[in-house]
Ligand binder design. Structure first.
Ligand SMILES: O=C(O)C1=C[C@@H](OP(=O)(O)O)[C@@H](O)[C@H](O)C1
Ligand SMILES: C=C(OP(=O)(O)O)C(=O)O
Length: 469
């Protein structure tokens, strides 16, 4: 088990790398390792979940087989690969380069599509299934049953999809039709940008294409919609997004392209934040110079939080300065970063305000409630607002940090455990959703830090900044 490995890891001098836990872990628990020094590491993070699942889906409806290099191998992308297999697509993923061959003409789908807790699967697959011959049941983890779906299901009904009349969320039955009309549709995507992306991704398959208008008051995660549009265009699909809150996708072929997936910048966040809070340095290689991932906002965010940030040929390097600053920031474009940003804010010496993220109450868990509860259990003073969190400075202490099956809650807990004694996560296995190697990468970051410090020939000096001060 990971926690045993963490507890047993020794440095070159035989000192425990990670302090021994006070008690034995129960199943799934993970004693968050404390950083005994400033972290100093290079962390190569795996591929982007959002890009991988879009690439898979677009390859599945392309005009020829194509390849995906560096695709993320994690629960969310495995569920997407299996869902596409249910639609008759052949996904060969035994090596580092995956080959995707669209379903043969006349394939009739049947069976169950398991969405797990993956928003990209539960939202992106149904529109495509609705335009495919056959019948499927769309199901997932029980925790996914409360994730919002109704605006998308109503939009699908409006464009001619054959769904259970009373279906409002998972699970439901769907009878596909290859002649799905598509056409104009209005959707309130204030609870998730994924409804818009989902309709656009299947748009080329619909008889009239699709003409989506967002009608809600707010629209989160705009970079993810931009990613959808860019990936459609890169495959020769015509997308008109010249009018605000409206996207028109023309029907027609999707050109098969061989792609390489960028590293997942949102999954880089806890590692980069580790440098910021310990006064250390972390480099994430292969950081793209230009990207549609919301993680592109991280350099600016980390600077605002008090770190130094540099992008060069080695990648993105974040250096902690020994000082953290509170922030007042609208995270609606990058709401998946909220748990890690909230964890950093909980260590800052002034009050922070995170805004524009009311919709993350419908993410893997109600993230605002979960962050409020778990941070307050550590001694913090956090209050939910209508659209975010207010985080006041307090001295933190260890606790049993609940993750609610949410990978990003686990990242937040691990981060705080670097500089707060005795933080135990109730379950680290949830990180498998988008980064199964998180525990190993986290321990490796600390191992590298230890080696780096030993190579400097000196322990943390009196004059060095206190982690998190
Ligand atoms: O399209 C995507 O790949 C995603 C869109 C966002 O969803 P929301 O708009 O529901 O926040 C994001 O939070 C999620 O992690 C991935
Ligand atoms: C919100 C997230 O995931 P999902 O794709 O399941 O919505 C996330 O990864 O932070």
């Amino acid at each position: 088990m990971v926690d045993d490995a963490a507890a047993d890891a020794l440095d070159d001098d035989g000192r425990p790398l990670v302090p021994r836990p006070r008690r034995a872990a129960s199943d799934g628990e993970w004693f968050a390792p404390r950083a005994e020094e400033r972290v100093h590491a290079v962390v190569d993070v795996p591929g982007s979940k959002s890009e991988t699942n879009r690439a898979l889906l677009l390859a599945a409806i392309a005009d020829a087989p194509s390849t995906i290099t560096g695709g993320l191998d994690a629960r969310d992308t495995r569920l997407m690969r299996d869902a596409l297999r249910t639609l008759g697509v052949v996904v060969e993923d035994s090596g580092p380069v995956w080959t995707v061959t669209p379903a043969p003409e006349g394939h009739v789908m049947s069976g169950t599509i398991d969405c797990g807790l993956a928003g990209t699967v539960m939202r992106f697959v149904p529109p495509l299934a609705a335009a495919t011959a056959g019948r499927v049941r769309v199901d997932g983890d029980e925790q996914a049953y409360v994730r919002p779906m109704l605006p998308l299901l109503d939009a699908l009904r409006d464009i001619g999809a054959d769904l259970d009349e009373d279906a409002a969320s998972l699970p439901f039955e769907l009878r596909g039709r290859p002649d799905l009309p598509g056409g104009p549709v209005r959707v309130d995507a204030s609870s998730s940008s994924q409804y818009v992306s989902a309709l656009l991704l299947a748009g080329p398959r619909m008889r009239r294409g699709i003409d989506v208008r967002h009608v809600g008051a707010t629209l989160p995660s705009l970079p993810h919609i931009a990613m959808t549009v860019a990936m459609l265009r890169a495959r020769g699909v015509e997308v008109d997004d010249s009018e605000p809150n409206r996207w028109v996708v023309s029907p027609g072929p999707v050109t098969a392209v061989d792609v390489t997936i960028e590293p997942d910048l949102s999954n880089a966040a806890p590692f980069l934040a580790a440098a910021a809070i310990t006064g250390g340095q972390v480099t994430v290689p292969r950081w793209p110079a230009r990207t549609d991932q919301p993680g592109s906002l991280l350099p600016g965010l980390l600077r605002d939080l008090g770190a130094e940030v540099e992008l060069d040929e080695r990648g993105l390097t974040v250096r902690g300065t020994g000082h953290l600053h509170a922030v007042d920031v609208d995270l609606s474009d990058a709401s998946e970063l909220t748990p890690v940003v909230a964890a950093v804010c909980a260590l800052a010496p002034q009050t922070s305000h995170l805004r524009g993220v009311g919709h993350i109450r419908g993410h893997e868990t109600d993230r605002l409630a979960a962050l409020e509860r778990e941070l307050n259990d550590m001694g913090s003073s956090v209050k939910q607002t209508a659209d975010g969190l207010t985080i006041h400075p307090r001295l933190l202490h260890g606790s049993l940090f609940h993750t609610y099956a949410d990978h990003r809650m686990a990242h937040a807990g691990a981060l705080l455990g670097l500089i707060v004694d005795d933080v135990t996560l109730d379950d680290i296995s949830c990180t498998a959703k988008t980064m199964p190697q998180f525990p190993e990468l986290w321990l490796d970051m600390l191992r590298q830090s230890d080696e780096w410090l030993a190579a400097q020939g000196a322990p943390l000096g009196e004059s060095d900044p206190e982690p998190g001060s």
